[in-house]
Design a protein around this ligand. Structure first.
Ligand code: ASP
Ligand code: MG
Length: 407
């Protein structure tokens, strides 16, 4: 007998038929002798719809009230789900964030979980009741409703699993698991059976969308195994777990890409202490996340500085940088958004040389020019022209032998 936290995403509870289907699945798991805690997202598209409503009132809605509004999406699914269980004679009870409570800080729309008191859930479980918890929401110390950031139900599920001491946190979604790359652009992509937290974290931050980043960080910190699997199949999905020896033998585990990239170059910046601080200070004050930064070699007293930001932040970053560039006497600011980032990820890279150069060679063989490069212990990323994204992904997937199951 196990204690399972099972989270179902928006596409799994998109309408009442699907909710009944998921209910049947959960009841089966319970009848097999397991304790189950269910965490639900809002119906697919609902959170977007709510945000659009808010924006039709004000382009930048008040964050506290936006949280009150957004949290309603999950209230709908958990109540319907609990009703559906009762309709089958199975006891279930819905829980909103504040009813548990899931305590967070007060950063509306991006709150962090600070504490969970699992007693109410434990009591329900002991009484044979299935707790059905609203994902994505919590409550701050003033009693205000908060939300955890888009995709935050994953984090709710992992955090609950940790606080309850669950055996595993199952994340049910509309795909079979984590793939070696996006199957939509590379039909030879394979489902990965087992992957380390660290690789999953890199993949999530490099553009893979299966799991929300914070949920992986949380799972890694507390060694909570995550099982990513399909709602609509009984097949085993992907286990996200601690690294083991067998994982190191695989040099490259996955290829990821992100088209959400923009590049800004500041030409002829005075090369002296404090320039980078002057350039990037106002950018970070504006809460813009900078990804790669390259400073070119110096020509005389001047140098060029190039960096990337998310496409959504491009215009804002550009206008901030244009002002700063004037102040520090840089010659010119240029930018473009027709770029993408392709990356290879694998813990095996730590102990093997030549992976990066193999990646460069594969891109070269396909006539793809590399615009920027960045590396970490377990990943190599290249910025390329956006129009080559699909070609690059397929070439790297094949070049590293991922369709055969070894890299
Ligand atoms: N409903 C929220 C969202 O769409 C949270 C989630 O689905 O994980 O972002
Ligand atoms: Mg999600």
């Amino acid at each position: 007998m196990s204690l399972l936290v099972e989270k179902f995403g928006g596409t799994s509870v998109a309408d009442t038929e699907k909710i009944k289907y998921v209910r049947d699945r959960v009841i089966k798991t319970k009848e097999a002798g397991n304790d189950v805690v269910v965490v639900l997202s809002a119906m697919a598209g609902e959170t977007n719809r709510l945000i659009a409503l808010a924006k039709s009132i004000h382009p930048a809605p008040d964050p506290r009230e936006l949280d009150v509004l957004m949290a309603t999406g999950e209230q709908v699914t958990i109540s319907l789900f609990a009703m559906a269980c009762k309709e089958k004679g199975v006891e279930a009870r819905s829980f909103l964030g504040y009813q548990i409570p899931i305590e967070t800080d007060s950063i509306h729309t991006m709150a962090r979980i600070e504490n969970i008191n699992p007693e109410a859930l434990k009591t329900a479980i002991k009484q044979g009741i299935i707790p059905v918890v609203a994902g994505f929401q919590g409550v701050d110390r003033h009693g205000s409703i908060t939300t955890l950031g888009r995709g935050g139900s994953d984090t709710t599920a992992v955090a609950l699993a940790v606080s309850l001491g669950a055996d595993v946190c199952e994340i049910y979604t509309d795909v079979e698991g984590v793939f070696t790359t996006d199957p939509n652009i590379c039909p030879k992509a394979r489902k990965i059976d087992k992957i380390s937290y660290e690789e999953m974290l890199e993949m999530a931050s490099l553009g893979a969308k299966v799991l929300e980043i914070r949920s992986v960080e949380f799972a890694m910190r507390y060694s909570m195994p995550i099982h990513v699997r399909s709602t609509f199949s009984s097949a085993q999905g992907t286990m996200v777990v601690e690294e083991d020896k067998s994982m190191e033998e695989i040099l490259v585990s996955a290829v990821t890409y992100s088209k959400n990239e923009a590049r800004i170059t500041v030409k002829k910046v005075p090369d002296r202490p404090g320039t980078a601080a002057r350039l990037f200070g106002p950018i970070s004050d504006a809460n813009i996340v900078v990804d790669m930064i390259i400073q070119n070699t110096r020509e005389g007293e001047l140098t060029d500085m190039t960096f990337t930001v998310g496409k959504g932040d491009y215009k804002k970053a550009l206008s901030i940088i244009e002002d700063t560039a004037k102040d520090i006497g840089a010659e010119e600011v240029r930018g473009d958004t027709d770029i993408a980032k392709v990356s290879i990820v694998g813990v095996g890279m730590r102990n093997h040389a030549g992976i990066a150069s193999k990646m460069f060679h594969i891109l070269y063989q396909h006539g793809i020019n590399i615009l920027m490069i960045s590396t970490s212990e377990i990943k190599v990323s290249c910025v390329i022209e956006e129009k080559y994204t699909e070609l690059a992904v397929r070439a790297l997937h094949e070049g590293f032998g991922l369709e055969r199951g070894f890299g």
